[in-house]
Design a protein around this ligand. Sequence first.
Ligand code: SF4
Length: 501
Amino acid sequence: MAREPLRLSKSRFLAGLQCHKQLWWRVHEPDAPELVPDAGHRNILNQGNEVGRKAREYVPGGTLVDLPFHQFDNKVARTREVLQCDPAPPAIYEATFLADETYAAVDILERGPRGYGLVEVKATNSLKPEHLPDVAIQVHVLRRAGLPVERAEVMHLNRDCRYPDLGNLFVREDVSAPVEGVLLGVSDELAAQHRMLEGSLPDVPIGDHCSRPHDCPFIDRCWPKLPLHHVSSLYRIERKQVLEYEADGYATLYDLPSDLELSAIHARQVRAVTAGRMVVEPALTKALAAFPSPLAFLDFETVSLAIPRWNGCRPWQNVPVQFSCHVEERGRGLVHHEWLADGPGDRDPRPALAEALVAACAGARRIVAYYASFERECVRQLAAAVPRLAPELERIERRLVDLLPLIRNYVYHPDFGGSFSIKRTLPALVPGLSYADLKIREGETATLELMRLLFTGDELPPGARADLREALLRYCERDTWAMVRMLEQLRGLVAQQLELF
Ligand code: SF4
């Protein structure tokens, strides 16, 4: 019996364009655990779908090919029916075609005077180079299926749009000309992918393509496990430099020659790793003077929505909806303040959050944050969103000091592993304290859980909702408690140094 031909789709073609080996695994192992989308990926997909639905409102009057995702052949047949309708609709949403054993579904297909316009909707704030092959494969399939395509566009989100005026939520960019260039190679690439899929797993060396344009899900299968303190663990080292060190025979930091020219941070990292202990620069003493009591320690958590919902917000803006603040208060010691939005999602949480923040920070001389540019941006946004509190919020912004450079410029512990993220520095500087005991342990999960609480929290049973709130509060609290304890440790290290001299 003849075997069914292996069919490609737009997403498979794009995976194959990145790497044939990746495509082979995607096709031959569709149930591979690496292909199960994680929560972050699911959020991107969900928000992308919402943007896709919203875009149809901006090209109204069309007919939707409304069938379940995997019914490709039925969708092709239904598209054919819609195209033959009299009168034909001005647009078809999710029109699906098959040619060259490849399916292509078009977000919006617009009927024009001499042919059709293809519109690919993207939930990004700009046009990206990887969008061109995405459109090109669709144009190729549609033309091979006999449809005259005269124009191709990418319709992406507009970073200049501000809620509540969503009239300019999208920007449409004509990509017909560059897509014609990409099209020249599509036919051969499709044939190559089909041929490759008939054979065994191809041999593809690892390289930059493993993370461009997207992180490959099979990195752990292909990339070798690196030894501890490999040269690639040097703080923010460029891949080119790693390759040069490896070519010179230096695999780990222990192998680097002592006369090698290094940046101050890399030199400190190498010193700490080769000595097997923390290195603290004497100049830390002076740098600590920028942290005078009474201090507040501040951390925000944010949500980010493709389609904005609150006044003045643009697509994908990080909007603060929670904070934790430990404050040194006269006569009371260290006091913890916290605030978390409660939904529903259409109620703007920023006025109440800003009020609580201003009250919490009132008595602090300096406000400590970790990677303070993030907190600074949040405070600026709050000042714009709540003008009546702008003067107080601007005072908060002026008092912000950053703990991260204090560590990065003066301290290195071998357990940092080349990273100064708080998740790495905390357990190294404060043994016994980390995020491991929490239900929510890192920022991306916190963001997703905040979105769940704010936008679908009403659907949760009260107990589950209370648990979720509690988990979020404890996560944010740990961020500011971590700063309190790390600053204590740094002061302790300086005191020890002074005793030694
Ligand atoms: S890790 Fe790299 S080489 Fe391996 S499948 Fe992915 S892209 Fe291809």
